[in-house]
Design a protein around this ligand. Sequence first.
Ligand code: HEM
Length: 410
Amino acid sequence: MLREATQATAQAGKDGIEAPVLDIDPFTETVLADPYPFHAALRETGAVVLLRPYGIYAVGRHEEAKTVLSDDERFMASAGTGMYDLRKPGAWRPRSPLLETDPPEHTKLRAVLTRIISPFVIRKWRADFEVEAERIVERILDLGTFDAVKEIAEGFVLTVFPNAIGVDIPHENAVAIGDMNFNAIGPNNEIFQRSLRKVEPILEWYQKSFQRESMRPGGFGEQIYLAQDASELPADSAPGLVRSFIRGGMDTTIAGIGFALNQLARSPEQWDAIRTEPALVRGAFEEAIRHEAPSQTQFRTVVRETVLGGVRLDADRKVAIFMGAANRDPRRWDHPDSYDIRRGAAGIHLAFGSGAHICIGQMIARLEAEVILSALARRTATIEIAGEPSYRIINTLRTLKELPLRVTRA
Ligand code: HEM
C-alpha cells in the first residue's frame, strides 16, 4: 500500500498536478488601481494558476516568472507576448518584429540592434541629457510646487528619448499612444476600447511617426533604416522595429522615474543619502522599478505539455507573467513592500524581463534616470509630497498620472 502511494505521489510529481484555479479578473479598474492584493492571491494560490476569467495560466512567484520569461524552448514569444494568440485567425495586432520572435530568428535581429544602441553609442548622449535635466531642474525649483509626472518624468523622457531616436513626438500624443499600446497587450476590454477611441484622431500621425521620412539625421532610428538598406535587418522590418523602440522606451521610463520620485519624496533619509552619496542614485531607480514594476504583465505560450513548479501545463495555452507580483514575492525578497535603495535589486528583479528578450533599452532607461535624478539631488535640498498621487489605469502598465511635489533649493 505504502509503496503504491509513494509511487503515485512520485508520478504526480513527475506529471504535475492540475493548475489551481483563481477566479479574479486582474484587468478591472479596481484591481489595476491597486494590484497588490491580487498579486498576493496569485502567489498564494499556486506556483502556476489557471486564471478562470480568461482560461489562461498565470505566474506571480519570482522563480516561475523568471523561468517563463527566459525558457524560450518551453515558452514561446512568437505566438505573441500579449494575451491573444497571434497564430489564430483574426489576430488584430501587427506582430512586433523583435519581441514576438524566438531564437534563432530573434538572436540575429537582436545582435544588429544591440550594436546600433551599444554602450559606446549611448554614452555620447549623456551630455545632451544633462543639458535638458538642468533646464528642467531650474524650472521646478522656480515653481516650488508642481506635478512631477508632467514637469519631470514626462518633461525629461519625452524630450531626450525621441531626440535619441530622431523623431518628433508631441507630449500629449505620447501619453494617448502609450495607454493604447499597453492596453493592447492585455484583454480587449472596455479599458482598451476607451484608449483606442482616444487615439483614433492621431492614428495617422502615429503610423507616419516611425516611417523613414520621419527620422531625423543622426538618431538611432535612421541607423535602423540604414541597417535594413545594408540587408543586416530583414526587408521592411525597420518601421516595426522603430515602433517597438518608441513603444517600449517611453512610458516605461516615465513610470520608473515617477516611482523613484514618489518613494524618495516619502523617505527624507534616503533622499539625503543620494545627495551625499551620488552613486546611490542607481539603486534608487533600480529599487523603484522593483518596488512598482512599470511593465506589469507580459505573456508567453506553452510550446508543448510541460510541468512548471509542480503544475502540469497544456500545450498552446497562454501564460501571463506578472512581473509586478514577482518583484514583491516574499520567497525572494525580505520586506518586499518597502522601498530600500541599498537593497541591490539590479539583475534580480524582473522589471526588465529576463532571458533572450530582456529589455534591450535598459542601459538607456538607466542613463535617463541617473541623469535626471542626479541633477535633482545636486540642486534640491528637500523634496516632499504636496498632494496624493494618482495612477493611470492601463491593462499592463503601472504608471503615475499625477505626483504633486514640493521642493526647496540646495
Ligand atoms: C524602466 C524602463 C523600462 C522597462 C521597465 C522596460 C521593460 C521591458 C521588459 C519587461 C521587456 C521584456 C518583455 C518580454 O520579455 O516580454 C522589455 C523588452 C524590450 N524593451 Fe524595455 N523597458 C524599459 C525601457 C526601454 C527603453 C528605454 C527602450 C528603448 C530604447 C526599450 C525597448 C525595449 C525593446 C525593443 C524590447 C524587446 C527586446 C527583445 O525582444 O529582444 N525598453 N522591456
